[in-house]
Design a protein. Structure first.
Length: 293
């Protein structure tokens, strides 16, 4: 009969299935640098998204991020039984997905006679409409989580795989782009992505993918601030929530920012504890997966 210690290994056990190393939440040097860069990226994107010249330089990435956000609206809206009327994706005016058939057919009855609704949405909103509206911010944060988690884990191979999704996502808006700035920005973003593949087995790709991941993760910030500064044509999802449920737009922006901050924190801990990679292991995997040098 096996000993009890063999069935339940101690934290110091060398058994293959011991998970003692997963409890270490101390980041190594690569992870520490990546976390710091991610935090710096937040402020860089906040400025670049709204500064007149820089916002055109990253127009290609903005189209990718906005398009991904609207895609989640579209998919869940169709799954909820709605009919897509139109989809608009613009690097400066934001995105808008119009879906019919999600609102109530009969007006909502209010128990409090003094709580009179102020908008059409407050009378006819439904759970399907709210779910479709929330899918945009939730989906963007999930995409950001997937990118950031693997990069905090110091995974160059994951960066290479993610770069393919970014490259393909950048090419999709070309089919509908109607301004030369968008074309030039997309070509520049694609050229930079290809250039980062060469050198140190694509290690620099981590920071490019991390930049895109942060753009996805905190999309609510860019969406809300862009609306406040430029009064863009397509209103933010925060304004849409305010129209449906009556809470101030700024309150919804704060609530969704807290959600994104929690997802970002969970991505950091997941990268450190669950998908941890040693530096030597990272470079060995990168050298064997589509090596460039």
């Amino acid at each position: 009969m096996p000993a009890l210690a063999d069935l339940f290994p101690t934290p110091n056990s060398t058994a293959p299935y011991a998970l003692a190393t997963r409890t270490d939440v101390t980041p190594n040097s690569f992870q520490s640098h990546t976390i710091i860069v991610a935090c710096v990226y937040f402020f860089i994107i906040l400025v670049a998204w709204n500064l007149p010249v820089l916002r055109d330089a990253i127009a290609g990435l903005k189209l990718l991020v906005v398009g991904t956000h609207e895609l989640f609206h579209l998919v869940l809206g169709v799954l909820c039984g709605g009919q897509v009327v139109s989809v608009c994706i613009d690097p400066n005016d934001g995105g808008a997905t119009h879906i019919m058939g999600l609102m109530r057919h009969t007006p909502r009855v209010f128990n409090d006679p003094y709580a009179m609704p102020t908008t059409y949405g407050q009378v006819f909103w439904s759970s399907r409409a709210l779910a479709t509206l929330a899918a945009g911010y939730i989906g963007s944060s999930i995409v950001g989580f997937l990118y950031i988690t693997r990069l905090i884990a110091v995974d160059i191979v994951a960066s290479k795989i993610a770069s393919f999704t970014i490259a393909f996502g950048l090419l999709v808006p070309v089919l509908r782009a109607d301004h030369w700035i968008a074309f030039v920005s997309i070509i520049g973003c694609e050229a930079l992505l290809i250039g980062l593949w060469f050198g140190d087995h694509g290690s620099a790709l981590r920071f490019y993918v991390l930049f895109v991941g942060m753009m996805h993760m905190f999309y609510v910030v860019w969406d809300y601030v862009d609306e406040r500064l430029f009064d863009k044509r397509n209103t933010s999802d925060c304004a849409q929530f305010s129209e449906l449920l009556g809470w101030p737009t700024s309150g919804w922006a704060i609530a969704w920012f807290i959600w994104d901050a929690l997802v970002f924190t969970s991505a950091i801990f997941a990268g450190i504890c669950v998908f941890r990679r040693a530096t030597a292991e990272m470079y060995a995997e990168a050298a064997s997966f589509l090596p460039t040098r």
